[in-house]
Design a protein around this ligand. Structure first.
Ligand code: EPZ
Length: 417
């Protein structure tokens, strides 16, 4: 168990270098299973979820080694297509392995990925797509068993699910015949996965914003790929500058992946300038309210930034309304923020947040990865000391979170039991 102890009231100042994106690293690591030769995945963040995924690949018979800033994965010696119960259950992203295992072996088996802290997290769209490709999918006794080589076809996704898009693209790489995915997700992490796969000799291309074509019948070869910068990590630290009235330069941030967030932060009164791949932000003394913010699939406002901006709104001048349209249970940080003096009403998918002049330190619990980050941001602003329990949840998505904030002037330290 880990705790963060934060003494609020300091404006952040300085520079932060953005790490590689967790939500690109995970599917790209899974995609390495398609390729029977060594691949190098650079700029890979050393996160607990990434270490878990590496463990799953090793359990499937792959060699996985950290070298420099990334991983070398050799799936040439992979021998089995069944994910072990004890490992696969620990992270939702184990479900990303179904597609590449099907594409490589024509078989895949995994425990049903549990729900998690932000909602039910079904995989029906993934399985429906596999069935459309002629794969036999059995869901008895809490495991998912897939059998049969995928056949290229046209698949229309009812919802632009990120994971389903990634899984189906990876299965399509090993399919006989071409696949067209209609209404795919448009997150930048999808394009990073496609760039990795195209670099390994597969052929995936977007046809406008609502179709992706995958040529079948190709065999992957070794390649090297550098993971794109993590837009959610960058957004989290931008919001840290906003809530503390600080001044930060984010090195390596891609502003074109952050436009919905940057619009919201400017509405809150931040001054933001971009120079090449750097973003320079100055937060206001006290943020303005966000009259209405709605989370949507990309390029809409990202659900993974909702809790951090929720924290910002708790100290705004007026009343903000946030609508969480992507996950059904992603306001659990609200009750924790109330313990710090926030004034907010949670009504299903909407949160009404009446800004208060100041928050006060309290003992709070990180209920999920991004909710934990939000509580830390609130602690940076609050009067007095905030103690956050279950802080290890933050390690899933941020490398050296406390140290990064400390080097930007925050009074924050971590205690591991
Ligand atoms: C990915 O999750 C990300 N995780 C999430 O980031 C992110 O919040 C989410 O995309 C949305 O951007 C990774 O990439 C590892 P979805 P994923 O499939 O793929 C419903 C973080 O904090 N749905 O787009 O699970 C689902 O229940 C994490 O970094 C179905 O109904 O997201 C949800 O309501 C959290 N059936 C909505 O779609 C399905 O088969 C969005 O899910 C699949 C999804």
């Amino acid at each position: 168990m880990a705790k963060l102890i934060i003494e609020g009231g300091r404006a952040l100042k300085g520079q932060i270098t953005v790490q590689g994106a967790k939500n690109a690293a995970l599917p790209i690591l899974a995609a390495a299973m398609l390729i029977p030769e060594p691949v190098r995945i650079g700029n890979c963040p050393r996160l607990t979820d990434v270490e878990h995924m590496a463990g799953l690949l090793r359990a499937l018979g792959c060699r996985v080694d950290w070298t420099g800033d990334g991983l070398v994965v050799d799936a040439g010696c992979a021998r089995t297509a069944a994910l072990p119960e004890d490992l696969a259950g620990s992270i939702r992203s184990s479900v990303f392995l179904l597609g590449p295992l099907l594409g490589r072996f024509g078989a895949a088996e995994a425990p049903y990925p549990g729900g998690c802290d932000i909602g039910n997290r079904p995989v029906d769209l993934h399985l429906k797509g596999f069935r459309a490709m002629g794969v036999k999918v059995d869901e008895a006794s809490g495991r998912i068993r897939c059998l049969g080589r995928p056949r290229g076809t046209e698949i229309a996704l009812e919802y632009p699910s990120v994971g389903a898009t990634e899984n189906l693209l990876m299965a399509a790489c090993g399919a006989e015949g071409d696949t067209i995915l209609v209404n795919p997700a448009r997150e930048p992490e999808i394009d990073d996965l496609m760039a990795f796969l195209n670099g390994a000799g597969f052929d995936l291309r977007r046809e406008g914003s609502s179709r992706i074509r995958v040529r079948g019948g190709r065999r992957g070869h070794g390649t090297a790929h550098a993971i794109l910068p993590d837009r959610i990590e960058a957004g989290t630290y931008l919001t840290a500058a906003a809530i503390t009235g600080g001044h930060l330069v984010l090195r390596g941030a891609r502003k074109e992946h952050l436009s919905a967030l940057l619009t919201a932060l400017k509405e809150a009164g931040c001054r933001i300038r971009s120079e090449g791949t750097d973003l320079d932000i100055e937060g206001p003394e006290r943020p303005k309210e966000l009259r209405r913010l709605v989370t949507l699939p990309y390029p809409g406002f990202p659900t993974d930034m909702q809790s951090q901006v929720f924290a910002l709104c708790t100290v705004a001048r007026g009343t903000s309304v946030l609508e969480e349209n992507v996950f059904e249970d992603r306001f659990r940080h609200g009750a924790e923020l109330r313990r710090m003096g926030a004034d907010c009403d949670l009504r299903g998918r909407s949160a009404v947040i009446r800004g208060v002049k100041s928050l006060h330190g309290a003992t709070v619990t990180a209920r999920d990865l991004r909710g934990g980050a939000a509580l830390a941001l609130a602690g940076l602003r609050a009067d007095g000391v905030t103690v956050m329990e279950q802080a290890e949840r933050i390690d899933r998505g941020y490398v050296d979170f406390a140290a990064t904030l400390r080097q930007a002037g925050a009074a924050i330290r971590r205690e591991d039991d």
